[in-house]
Design a protein around this ligand. Sequence first.
Ligand code: AMP
Ligand code: TRP
Length: 336
Amino acid sequence: MEKKRLFSGLTSTGRLTLGNYIGSLSKLLKLQEDKNNEVIIFIANLHALTIPITKAELLRNVKENLKLYIAIGIDPKKTKIYLQSQIEKVNELFYILSTMTTIGQLERMTQYKDKATKQANSTFKIPTGILFYPILMAADIILFNPDYVIVGNDQKQHLEFTRDLILKLNNNYDTDIKLVEAKIADLKEGAKIMALKNPKQKMSKSDQNKDNTIYLLDDLLEVKRKILGALTDSENKIYYDLEKKAGVSNLLVIYSTIKNISLKKAEQEFKNLTDYRKFKEIVADQVCNLLAKIQKNYHNLNDDKLIEILNYNLKYLKKEANKNLDKIKDKIGLIL
Ligand code: AMP
Ligand code: TRP
């Protein structure tokens, strides 16, 4: 059976949280184990240029993120990983796709409108790169002709835009690009990790209150302190009920997903426990065990190793990209 190609881009900004790990990264770990999948992921450093960033920041973000992906268990032998700027052909496809897109289409994108309104209130002028963002994203995808793209809910509109471009290419130029489908990393109840001090809202990397968020590289004593300080209730019974016991439920979700057991099983483990402090300590131990492993791997990775990882599949990926681009160029009439 032919393998299904799964594709995903990861923006290289911000530090990763326990929410990112449980909601999205750990899913990639499962997908790479399935022999029916070919998983390709890349770090979107060209996309990162759409907001002002220094060379040092850009390099630091990319390295930190790449190291974290490897540290959590993404294995270059199973998942092909590259840096967006390594595959230059994306820029050529980007140009071709821009000739098939109207300014109106781009201006209607929710993410563009959000960013544009935010920036209208500052002295920073909107670069056209922000407007063109969806075209580059479409080029990232079409260059590899995948079956599925893994994205968060907020990227759905960009994916629809990509699918429209694929249909246009196939209709206008008679190409046979696969109409890629979204695998939305859906934050269903029970899979969404909530803010520790405010368990009705999502744990987010940009939360002002640092006690709400566990970062994968947080000091372990800090992690323990944050979990012991999580908001709970006064019932002193441990079971899952998102409405009445949002805080306890959140800790149960964290515990059960890291331990890879069902919520029911986790509830049973704590059936006779009435001491929330003890409960939090057990959850904190579980989280700290996971983070200790990740952090150990992280600190063992040096720059040489990163370069080796980025080169591991590069030849194959470039070949795939060239092949797909040449097919499109040929159909358009750009190759004599
Ligand atoms: P973001 O950090 O918002 O860019 O999200 C990147 C991905 O991480 C999303 O597609 C989500 O699937 C996942 N994610 C982010 N925050 C959480 C959270 N609190 N709980 C579960 N998944 C999350
Ligand atoms: N825009 C995506 C995000 O912000 C990242 C991304 C860029 C991407 N290009 C992509 C994701 C191609 C999937 C496919 O999360």
